[in-house]
Design a protein around this ligand. Structure first.
Ligand code: ADP
Ligand code: ZN
Ligand code: MG
Length: 491
């Protein structure tokens, strides 16, 4: 990512960045937070609406129990403490896509506080604190593009009004754009495991505002922060932070002061622009929502929700490394999504060697997916197919060369491995007599290697296996071949 700025490494090193992230996540409930309207992305504009989500006079909100459950589940997965009693508050502001003139949110008594996420850093794992997780509702959308007259008009779609959200606010514990990237990656992974959201950034179900300041290294007091909004991928957030850190250092180095403001990221230009001076909390005139009672999540209810917590990615990786004797790298690939990890575990349990299943995914599958630009879930070869291939290889019924060929065919035709295997099943020579004949031939042609072997250099056996395999055009049963070569040489 190119930025307009370029300060020397010495000057950059004089400053320490401080970053805190605010993440909004839409909850995957059937209906909205305070009414019975469908909570659905992509409906025809202004169709999923009612007096409550439009804020018509006299309409009263009723809290969606499922939204509370999802928010609590997410909070627990993020190691937060749940407040048994929290308070909804009105956050007042004008926006054309907010017909109510306020948003129902939570303010000084949020649903949950004091959580953390562990992220990997070059100096080992680090905990990033989560200040709070609160519930709120989304606003509608202003549409500026995609219409013939969009140069002169803005359209408003209020379908999104009242969509249940959680806002997750981090402590200012993040010190580098890479840590911010890791934090967001882990956060998304955890939320996907709990299944409370689809975290689809293109559709806006996960949105992030990044707060960043810089301070001279060694100084305790934080510098003035800027908030960067409107960034729609984690990679862009990292780039925006990199840019913003340099911009702030340059301001300070040239004798200026950083002003507290909201800035927008322009991905095409790779820089941020000032949007407006930052509003303060008191500008919103927060007050307790008079139409909703305090939210009570009793200890008993909390226990019920906690019982629904799935095994989370970090714990799952640790267990899988121990259980299947796979590497950390294997585990990271295999737990990329919960569905995939489930499939892997089902396959690994059924297969003769879980380790071999993991290896096939890591080597043969991943490289082919990458070459075709496919995601794991778009793979033509299912985990069941991988398990079958692993078993065939384990039993010596398939040489590694044959396996590679069958995988190539599967990726060309888009068929799963079992289908390809049934049709293309390699002709394998499993007749001991035929293999022995070939071994005799190779032994006769290579007296020097035979001498070496008999002189104690047992590794030469591999040479004979290779030669016979070649002679058989890759069709000798590998397990049988190995056994017979040693038998012949030892005879
Ligand atoms: P505001 O009232 O401006 O919204 P908050 O105190 O609520 O500020 O913090 C919002 C986010 O900004 C949090 O994620 C917090 O960690 C982060 N933050 C607060 N102060 C700083 C700072 N000086 N530099 C960077 N991030 C900060
Ligand atoms: Zn409604
Ligand atoms: Mg704030």
């Amino acid at each position: 990512m190119s930025t307009a700025l370029s300060l020397s490494p010495e000057i950059l090193a004089k400053y320490e960045p401080v970053i805190g992230l605010e993440v909004h996540v839409q909850l995957l409930t059937e209906t909205k937070a305070f009414c019975g309207c469908l909570n659905r992305f992509g409906s025809a504009p202004n169709t999923n609406i009612c007096p409550v989500c439009l804020g018509l006079p006299g309409a009263l909100p009723v809290l969606n129990e499922r939204a509370v459950e999802f928010a609590t589940l997410a909070a627990m997965a993020l190691n937060c403490r749940i407040n048994e009693r929290s308070i909804f508050a009105r956050k007042n502001y004008f926006y054309p896509d907010l017909p109510k003139g306020y948003q129902i949110s939570q303010y000084d008594k949020p649903l949950a506080e004091h959580g953390w996420i562990e992220v990997p850093t070059p100096n080992g794992p680090k905990r990033i604190g989560i200040t709070r997780l609160h519930m709120e509702e989304d606003a509608g959308k202003s549409l500026h593009d995609g219409f013939p007259d969009s140069a002169t008009r803005t359209y408003v779609d209020v379908n999104r009004c009242g969509t249940p959200l959680i806002e997750i606010v981090s402590e200012p514990d993040i010190r580098t754009p890479d840590e911010a990237y890791e934090y967001l990656t882990r956060l998304k992974e955890i939320l996907l495991y709990t299944a409370v959201s689809d975290c689809n950034m293109e559709e806006g179900s996960l949105r992030c505002d990044a707060n960043v300041s810089v301070r001279p290294r060694g100084q305790e007091k934080f510098g003035t922060k800027a908030e960067v909004k409107n960034v729609n991928s984690f990679r862009f957030i990292r780039a925006a932070l990199e840019y913003e850190i340099e911009r702030q250092i340059e301001v300070i180095e040239s004798g200026g002061r950083v002003v507290q403001e909201t800035r927008l990221w322009n991905a095409n230009e790779g820089r941020t622009y000032s949007m407006r001076s930052k509003e303060q909390a008191h500008d919103y005139r927060y007050f307790p929502e008079p139409d909703l009672p305090p939210l009570i999540v009793t200890a008993e209810r909390q226990a019920e929700i906690r019982a629904q917590l799935p095994e989370l990615p970090e714990a799952r990786r640790a267990r899988m490394i121990a259980q299947y004797e796979i590497t950390e790298q294997d585990a990271a690939t295999l737990t990329a999504t919960r569905e995939f990890a489930d499939q892997f575990e089902a396959a690994a349990k059924a297969a003769k060697s879980p380790k071999r299943v993991a290896n096939l995914v890591q080597s043969e599958l991943t490289s082919r997916l990458k070459a075709k630009g496919l995601e794991l879930e778009q793979s033509p070869i299912s985990m069941k197919g991988i398990a079958l291939a692993a078993d065939l290889a384990e039993e010596g019924k398939l040489s590694s060369k044959q396996l590679k060929q069958l995988f190539d065919i599967a990726f060309e035709t888009g068929e799963d491995f079992p289908v390809v295997y049934e049709r293309e099943k390699p002709q394998q020579i499993s007749d001991a007599g035929a293999i022995e004949k070939m071994i005799d031939e190779v032994i006769a042609a290579n007296p020097k290697q035979v001498e070496q072997y008999r002189g104690g250099k047992k590794t030469v056996a591999a040479f004979f296996v290779g030669q016979v395999m070649k002679l058989s055009k890759g069709q000798a049963n590998p397990a049988l071949l190995n056994e017979l070569v040693v038998k012949k040489l030892d005879a």
